[in-house]
Design a protein around this ligand. Sequence first.
Ligand code: FES
Length: 153
Amino acid sequence: SKTSLQLSVNGQQYTLDVDPETPLLYVLRNQLQKNGPKYGCGYGQCGACMVLLDNQAVMSCLLPVSAVTDKEIVTIDGLAAIDGSLHPIQQAFIDEQAAQCGYCTNGMIMASVALLTRSKDAGEEEIRQALQTNLCRCGTQSRVLRAVKQAQE
Ligand code: FES
């Protein structure tokens, strides 16, 4: 049954009528029209649905919305500055042409943002580890790695 919940998404406060068990991903996409997080596998295995919760990258497809009412949620839709200029990681992904089909890209970017927030000077091994939960079937990993390194400069 539905209940009233508060969510903070990309700096805005929302009050929603929602089943508390609904995965955050569905609420973001279907109720708040934040379409940056993607539905890939739906069971926590691919990373396409990644968002930030208090600056940590998490998969939103399995997370009940009721578990995140006290968190700052950020989706890729909220990464760019108000004037439209891209986040340095978004720009680096473009510069390095790190997307192929692009389905995993938004999740990769969110994982990268979380990584560089907690570890600005992360080395190659740490970057690889941080991104290993984000699957890419197109084989873009080496370009993604270059993009993250570029964003560190
Ligand atoms: Fe959430 Fe794949 S859609 S991990």
